[in-house]
Design a protein around this ligand. Sequence first.
Ligand SMILES: [Zn+2]
Length: 153
Amino acid sequence: MKVKDFIKWAKSMQEEENRIMLTKGEEYTVGDEDKFKNFKSIAERVKTTPERVALIYLLKHMDSIRNYILNGTQPSDESITGRIQDARNYLLLLGGMIAEDTIDRKYCKNCGSTLGIDCGDAEHDYNDGFCSRGCYQDNFSTINAINQSYHVD
Ligand SMILES: [Zn+2]
């Protein structure tokens, strides 16, 4: 593909992804003004973080893309291009959540509880990112499990 053709193609992909982001936006916000409302709501219900919910969605698309590259099989319900566009949008949403988190970190990175509030006066937060020592240690067990699942092949 020539550079000028790639730039033209990339631009049309980005426009399509923006259109998808706006269309599916209603799904993510559930009518709320918070762009990440749906992720936060799911995270709260399963006691994890919004970032992890988005990561799970992203990995689902990445598995389809991986399957396509390795086996040449298209996902049955959506084109490979659609999967790539969705994956890119989940990355964008994750980037937004990380930006929001960096500006105003307030959730335990492991269990999603609000730092400085949920633990009350009886127990201080373990550090800037975790509510307790248990959550700090548990977070690294989860990261190791995710890493291991991507090294098995
Ligand atoms: Zn925690």
